[in-house]
Design a protein around this ligand. Structure first.
Ligand SMILES: [Zn+2]
Length: 245
């Protein structure tokens, strides 16, 4: 049985892109986990749908991060954005054992979705035990912008969902909006519309790609999840694991 899980890395997307992806999900009745990078009215609107949406954190540990200069600063910043977060995925998938130790010591986050097992046909959550504390790690197998740089990108749900059990997907609201199949629409938008985080629907519309892209997979997956009880969120997987311990 396939169990669809939709996640999104917000990655400082403009509000119109966040609203657009949220509306597609809500219309389909699909649940999702949103990994938050910043405060905005669109993020606040996501909070109004706890029946569908879970918010986690998306800490940026890279140099020159707007979240802070040390792992502690970055985590404190992100936990202020989502004080009740139990899940995370790090920006650019930055990870290390010291970093996970800091997360466990400093935050209530106990579920991590940073491990990309690209196109693995089967993935399972596993326990990461560290000094008496356990983190549940939920790998994912498909990401829209990683698909773009594969040798032969395939933006179809059949290809993306192939496998069994948990099928955890990662999308970016900007790529869902632009229906990106490569980075060209995004690069075009970035050079034409500044600042990007204040972009309007009208300004972004000309850059939307007409072929099969990120939105193609996202829409089809949202419909699939909607037809299968809404799908699961990272927090649902974590809660089921916790209840079974
Ligand atoms: Zn990111």
């Amino acid at each position: 049985m396939i169990r669809p899980v939709i996640t999104l890395d917000i990655d400082w997307a403009p509000d119109v892109a966040i609203d657009f992806a949220a509306d597609l999900l809500a219309t389909a009745g699909a649940k999702a986990t949103w990994f938050v990078t910043h405060a905005s009215p669109a993020v606040d609107r996501l909070r109004q749908r706890p029946d569908l949406f879970e918010l986690g954190i998306h800490p940026n540990f890279l140099p020159r991060s707007s979240h802070g200069t040390t792992p502690e600063e970055v985590l404190d910043y992100c936990m202020k954005l989502v004080p009740d977060a139990v899940s995370m995925r790090t920006h650019s998938l930055v990870q290390s054992t010291p970093l996970l130790a800091t997360v466990l010591a400093r935050t209530p986050v106990r579920c991590d979705a940073t491990m990309l097992l690209s196109h693995a046909k089967r993935t399972e959550p596993f326990e990461y035990q560290w000094g008496g504390t356990t983190m549940l790690r939920v790998p994912y197998h498909w990401e829209d912008d990683i698909e773009m740089i594969r040798d032969v990108p395939k933006f179809s749900l059949d290809d993306a969902i192939a496998g069994e059990g948990l099928r955890v997907f990662d999308f970016h609201p900007i790529h869902v909006f632009l229906n990106s199949a490569d980075m060209k629409p995004y690069e075009g938008l970035k050079s034409a519309v500044k600042p990007l985080n204040e972009a309007t629907l009208e300004a972004m519309q000309p850059f939307v790609y007409n072929g099969a892209g990120s939105r193609t997979v996202f829409e089809a997956l949202a419909k699939y999840a909607g037809a299968h009880g809404g799908g699961e969120r990272i927090g649902d997987i974590y809660n089921a694991w916790k209840a079974g311990r």
